[in-house]
Design a protein. Sequence first.
Length: 113
Amino acid sequence: SFGSAPERVEELTEVVFREIEAFKTEGPVGEDVEKVRQTGRRTKETSLRENRYWASQLLSAARFDRDPREIQSYHLLDWFSVDQVREAARLYLRTDNYALFTLYPEKAEQPRP
């Protein structure tokens, strides 16, 4: 998803598809994976201080029969590698079967005299 001037939609859509193909071939840079991990850790640290997060996580643990002691765990942030992300991209970022939607601004009505 991206926003742009209407005249640039086609150009930027082509760029997005080139990036998807590069991601599927090369995968993310190791530094980017680490940045995602660090961001995830900071987000989790903040979330663990909020009642709303705890309520949501406890409900989810009960619903899916998961151990609620895992709520404080950071292990999910460490399990993925560059190769796993690349393989997931190959599997899920398909460019042979997709839906493309473009929203254009409405034409403004001219004020009546």
